[in-house]
Write a protein of this length. Sequence first.
Length: 386
Amino acid sequence: MEPFLKIGITCYPSLGGSGVVATELGKLLAEKGHEVHFISHSVPFRLGSYHKNIFYHEVQVSDYYVFRYPPYDLSLATKMAQVAKNEGLDILHVHYAVPHAVCAFLAKQMVGDSLKVVTTLHGTDITVLAQDESLKDLIRLAINESDAVTSVSSDLTRETREVLDIVRDIDLTYNFVDERVYYPREAKECRSDFADPGEKVLMHISNFRPVKRVNDVVDIFYRVNQELPAKMLFVGEGPDLPKIQHKIKEMGIEDRVHFLGKQDDIAHVISMADVLLLPSEKESFGLVALEAMACGVPTVGTVAGGIPELVKHGETGFLAPIGDTEQMAQYCIQMFKNSELAARLREACLDRARTEFSSELTTATYEEIYYRVLNRKLPALDPACS
Ligand code: GMT
């Protein structure tokens, strides 16, 4: 059977929420009968085993001796154009503006206007890189030249307009999780590896960059643990991790804190927690809070970026001003002391993840965008065709 569309996807294959979202989207599109071609320097880490309708094209970078910095971007643009021509791609969907949207722009120059480019903005491509004068004009060009631009939160759209003076349409496409993977798991046994039955479990999952304010996580935990018995589980790795480990030793709370490192089975790990802490300084969406929500775990975090669009204060978690660790600790304590409130939050999390951030909704939104830019009628897509 002929695929509905032939879609090229480029993302960062080895890290971050943008890569996760791009890969999961590709898998779902392939299940719906589209042909998906990932174009990148490595196989996306969430791709897993063989999938029907999914292909991977590796970008080879020239290491000719004159290059001080081997030009990945140019090789990527060329590969995008080659794949588009050889495979007859309809759409090139790039995740994260830098350099992917710029490469897609170049590829389109090589292929012609039949190739439509969809750019999804994820966060620091705008909130950090678009503020950098050495990149700003190029990012603006790539965004303006895309056939469609999507953003993962209204807040990110607002910031894109503000920072880059962008006036064009930007579609809102909230992130999603695959509900066949993210649901509350039976975690009693592994939870007992870390916490006694009477102890609450607080969790933080991140790449430990300064923007995550992991110091605040420690402060929140310290305050909570003074009020009631609790354990802190850190998941992930990154530049601030050694500082945090040092601080925990200095505070003499090593016996109450566990570092799990990078974990693959996040749904299982999150299901051990009573609360996810996300006190970030910036977060265009906060995919991990959605992963937690889908597993029935509320988030206590900050009113930063797109977080309030995801976490409904008082319904699926609690939000405080950036840096207000006292307030965030109070919210945790309030939840832990009131089992009715905790149960209500848990139910609201499950309901909100299923209804507002379902994979079906997001995939359908992207499909509508693809057909719109191709100026084709959206066919009645049959999920059974895969
Ligand atoms: O922009 C980054 O820091 C990396 C990026 C990523 O690849 O994980 O994170 C951003 O995109 C995610 C997926 O859309 C969002 O959930 C994160 O909130 C966002 N990070 C920031 O805005 C700091």
